[in-house]
Write a protein that binds this ligand. Structure first.
Ligand code: MTE
Length: 297
């Protein structure tokens, strides 16, 4: 099969915008600061095993069972892959994963994932701050929120043949949340290529929010004026709000959020106390000052 060059399959306008985008990116490169993203509260001896991180997953596109994503995603095609950046930006563009990986250097970020279901993992991700991408696109004054869209491909993702959620999977953030340095574009874990079941080729991760906010296999980043409706808000607005910050004081309507089970621990091990903002309050609490987090759950 003939291999097309990117320029051949992209409209000229998009291609040129992409070139300009890449040019802007090259300026001032080399000044990326590497910081230690390990949470001070994290006991590094408690990092979840590679096996647990990659075999106990939520990825409804591949089924609702915890082992479905591992079993059913192995042949999922993540190449070629590009991401569209659109909406309230001066110039929409499409950029390939290879280009993203070559433009932004990933670092190790050991961050905790707290799932809304009441379990947690400590994951040595590799990635970089989403703000690095956002600060390179010119947003219009109407860009107040950002929406992430995961891939829609029912031929490859059997879960999408069932209306469990309104596919494609969508999530969103307020712009200041998206610009926060902890909001990570994940490119790998355990210094390995990101496994398909964890959201290859690229997924988002915010450690202070319940895991479902962190969309996998994203194909679109769209800047919008109005608060977006995520797939989970659409499925059950009473249970899943837009903010979804980890909050032990606000119960899910069907269960408590006060404690969690660390995956990998013995099933009879005592549950651990869930911390406000999953332990990242020092870094993120200011984003919500003055907000009633019971109302804005
Ligand atoms: N992204 C997509 N596209 N589809 C999903 O079903 N599940 C979410 C989130 N991102 C999900 C998703 C949920 S509920 C959680 S807890 C995390 O992914 C799980 O991430 P992990 O499997 O890498 O631990």
């Amino acid at each position: 099969m003939k291999k097309f060059k990117y320029s051949e399959i992209t409209s000229e306008k998009i291609y040129n915008n992409r070139r300009k985008f890449i040019k802007t990116l090259s300026v001032g490169f080399g000044s990326i600061c590497f910081s230690n993203y390990s949470n001070a509260n994290i006991d590094l001896s408690k990092i979840t095993s590679f096996k647990d991180i990659t075999t106990y997953n939520n990825y409804y596109e591949f089924g609702t069972g915890k082992s479905d994503p591992y079993i059913k995603s192995q042949n999922f095609k993540t190449k070629p892959w590009s991401i569209r950046i659109e909406g309230e930006v001066e110039k929409p563009l499409e950029i390939s994963v290879e280009e993203i990986l070559s433009l932004f250097s990933s670092e190790e970020r050991i961050l905790k994932l707290r799932c809304v279901e009441g379990w947690s993992m400590i994951i040595p991700w590799n990635g970089f701050s989403l703000s690095q991408i956002i600060s390179k696109v010119s947003l219009t004054s109407k860009a107040k929120f950002v929406e992430f869209e995961s891939i829609y491909d029912p031929n490859q993702m059997s879960g999408q043949r069932y209306p469990v959620l309104n596919w494609p999977y969508k999530e969103g953030l307020r712009i200041d949340e998206a610009m926060h340095p902890l909001t990570t574009v994940v490119t790998g874990l355990y210094n390995k290529k990101l496994p398909n079941q964890n959201g290859a080729p690229l997924r988002i991760f915010m450690p202070w929010k319940y895991g479902f906010k962190s969309a996998k296999a994203i194909v679109k980043i769209k800047f919008v004026e109005k608060i977006p409706t995520s797939s989970w808000m659409w499925a059950s607005p009473r249970e899943y709000g837009f903010y979804s910050n980890v909050n032990p004081n606000v119960n899910h309507p069907r269960w408590s959020q006060a404690t969690e089970r660390a995956i990998g621990n013995d099933i009879f091990a005592p549950r651990i106390k869930t911390e406000m903002f999953n332990g990242y309050g020092d870094q993120v609490a200011h984003l919500y000052s003055g907000m009633d987090l019971k109302k804005y759950y």
